[in-house]
Design a binder for this molecule. Structure first.
Ligand code: HEM
Length: 128
């Protein structure tokens, strides 16, 4: 039995593109997240598409264009509280539901994203 990487298992590029699109629709509607994101999410979506592609085991699109992600450092300008990390994960969970991503692979991906989201927390005071 050949076990693929998560990227292949979920259906590759079209699935990642749908997940990212739907995810940022939820982000835009989230009262905790929308204030810290730009109004126009075109560029944000494009970068996240490239990042998630490689995060899931697909082609290294993000690194090829921008170099090492240094995600925690790149998020420092934005106040990421525990509440915002939970909001981010809740948008991702809803997006996975919406596109019909199910089963073991979904849970494995979500678990890794949970670790990454918690790692992004950089503010603990004045939570909102
Ligand atoms: C960029 C918020 C977690 C990946 C950003 C930006 C914000 C943000 C405000 C800048 C958007 C822009 O100016 O275009 C958050 C919050 C998180 C979170 C509140 C909650 C924990 C994550 C996680 C990942 C991630 C878990 C990866 C799985 C990225 C990437 C970018 C980004 C790849 C683009 C970086 C670049 O400029 O090249 N995030 N983020 N973020 N985020 Fe997050």
């Amino acid at each position: 039995e050949i076990i693929g990487n998560p990227y292949d298992m979920i259906g590759g590029a079209p699935t990642v593109a749908r997940l990212v699109d739907v995810f940022y629709d939820y982000v835009q509607q989230d009262p905790h997240l929308s204030p810290i994101f730009p109004d126009d999410l075109t560029e944000t979506k494009a970068k996240q598409y490239k990042f998630l592609t490689q995060f899931l085991g697909g082609p290294t699109l993000y690194n090829d264009e921008y170099g090492h992600p240094m995600l925690r450092a790149r998020h420092m300008p934005f106040p990421i509280t525990p509440k915002r990390a939970e909001a981010w994960l809740s948008c991702m969970n809803a997006a996975m539901d919406t596109i019909g991503l199910e089963g073991h692979v979904r849970h494995a991906i979500f678990e890794r994203l949970t670790l990454t989201a918690h790692h992004m927390v950089n503010r603990w005071e004045n939570e909102n």
